[in-house]
Write a protein that binds this ligand. Structure first.
Ligand code: TXA
Ligand code: MG
Length: 334
C-alpha cells in the first residue's frame, strides 16, 4: 500500500480510515503520532508491527475531551481534574487507573492503568471527534529512531507501512509530552516534557521526579524508557562548553563532522572546513523544537559523528537533556 498524504481539508477521510481499522499518522503540538482506533485490538497490533515496537510498551490514548476519559476510569480525583483544567489540551499525558477490561490489552501492555492525552492540534481533535473513538498514538517513527516532527519524517520511516499521514506542518515543541503518573499515591513524572515539574507543582503541590533514577540501570516505570531511543545512524556526543577542544578534534578528522548548536556558539568560533552546521536557534525552546529534525538531517547526509550542545537541566532543559542523553547513549565529548 502506498501511504497517502492527507491535508487539513481531508480530516473526514483520515477519520474514516481510523474507523476502518487502518493506520493514520496525525500531527500534535509535540511530535507526529501513529494513530489507530484504541478500541480495536487488531488495528492496534498493526501499530506495533509498523513501528517495530516491543509489545510490552503501552500506548498513549489520545482523546478529544475529558468526558471520554471518564468512561474508562472509576472516578477522576480532584488533582487530576485540576491538571486537566490547567493543561488540556496540551503536552501533558496523565496515567490513571482504569476499569477492568475497558481497553484492549495491546493498548495498556496488560497494566491496570492507561496513559491519556488531549493534544492541542485542532485538525487532530476534529479527526478524533469524527472517528468517534479514542486513538492510540505512539510517536510515528521506526522504533529507536528520533521522533518525527514533520510529515516528511513520518513518510521517510513508515511509507508503505501505514495508510495515511494527516499533514499539518511542523510540530511546535518538537519533543514528546510530559508523562505524569497519577495512578500512585505520590504523583511522579516518568518522562519530562514541555509541561515542567514547576508548572505541575503550581497546580497540585509537590511531586517527585523519577527522571533522575531512569538514567541509572534500575527498572524504569514507563516501559518505553528502557529501550534505546532517539538514536540516529551517526554517533552522537554531547558538548558542555568545551567547543575549542571540539574544534581541535575536528581539525584532526578526515571526514565531515556534524555540529548542532545555538547561534551564539556558531557565530563565536571559526569552524574548520570539514564541519556541517545545523542551527538550534537561540534558546533551549528552539533547540528542543529542532533537536530531532537536526539528528535526522545528518542521517540524510550520511555523517558518522554529530556533536550537540547541552543545556542546564531546568524547565524545558529537563526534556531536552532527557532526549539528548538517550540519543548519545549518555556520552559526552571529552
Ligand atoms: O507527545 C507524545 O506523547 C507523543 C504524541 C504522538 O502524542 N506520543 C508519544 O508516545 O510519545 P510514545 O508511545 O512514543 O511514548 C509513550 C510513553 C512510553 O514511554 C510508554 O512506555 C509510556 O508513555 N506509557 C504509556 N502508557 C503507560 C502506562 N500505563 N504506564 C506507564 N507508562 C506508560
Ligand atoms: Mg516514541
Amino acid at each position: 500500500m502506498e501511504t497517502k498524504i492527507l491535508k487539513s481539508n481531508q480530516i473526514q477521510e483520515a477519520a474514516d480510515l481510523i474507523r476502518d481499522g487502518k493506520l493514520v499518522s496525525f500531527p500534535t503540538e509535540t511530535v507526529y503520532g501513529l494513530g489507530a482506533d484504541a478500541t480495536n485490538a487488531t488495528a492496534v497490533e498493526k501499530v506495533y508491527k509498523a513501528k517495530g515496537r516491543p509489545s510490552d510498551n503501552p500506548l498513549i490514548v489520545h482523546v478529544a475531551d475529558v468526558e471520554t476519559v471518564e468512561k474508562y476510569v472509576d472516578h477522576l480525583d480532584e488533582k487530576t481534574k485540576k491538571l486537566m483544567n490547567s493543561f488540556w489540551p496540551g503536552p501533558l499525558t496523565i496515567i490513571l487507573k482504569i476499569k477492568d477490561g475497558v481497553l484492549p490489552k495491546v493498548v495498556t501492555g496488560g497494566l491496570q492503568t492507561a496513559a491519556f492525552r488531549n493534544p492541542n492540534q485542532p485538525v487532530t481533535t476534529k479527526m478524533i471527534e469524527k472517528a468517534g473513538v479514542p486513538i492510540v498514538g505512539p510517536s510515528a517513527n521506526t522504533s529507536g529512531k528520533p521522533s518525527p516532527t514533520t510529515a516528511l519524517h513520518v513518510y521517510h520511516d513508515l511509507n508503505k507501512k501505514i495508510d495515511g499521514i494527516l499533514d499539518d506542518g511542523q510540530t511546535k515543541y518538537g519533543i514528546e509530552s510530559t508523562v505524569l503518573d497519577m495512578s500512585v499515591d505520590e504523583p511522579v513524572i516518568l518522562r519530562p516534557g514541555a509541561v515542567t515539574e514547576k508548572d505541575i507543582e503550581k497546580v497540585i503541590g509537590k511531586i517527585s521526579n523519577s527522571n533522575v533514577h531512569l538514567s541509572a540501570a534500575d527498572v524504569p516505570k514507563a516501559p518505553g524508557m528502557k529501550y534505546r531511543h532517539y538514536a540516529p545512524e551517526a554517533k552522537v556526543q554531547i558538548v558542555k562548553s568545551n567547543w575549542s577542544d571540539v574544534i581541535s578534534w575536528i581539525n584532526q578528522q578526515n571526514e565531515m563532522i556534524g555540529i548542532m548548536a545555538t547561534d551564539d556558539v556558531i557565530e563565536k568560533y571559526d569552524w574548520p572546513k570539514n564541519t556541517t552546521i545545523f542551527s538550534l536557534g537561540k534558546s533551549v525552546t528552539s533547540a528542543s523544537h529542532f533537536l530531532f529534525d537536526g539528528l535526522r538531517n545528518f542521517d540524510d547526509h550520511k555523517l558518522a559523528n554529530i556533536l550537540v550542545q547541552s543545556f542546564s537541566d531546568e524547565g524545558m532543559g529537563a526534556a531536552y537533556m532527557n532526549r539528548l542523553l538517550k540519543s548519545a547513549g549518555n556520552e559526552y565529548f571529552s
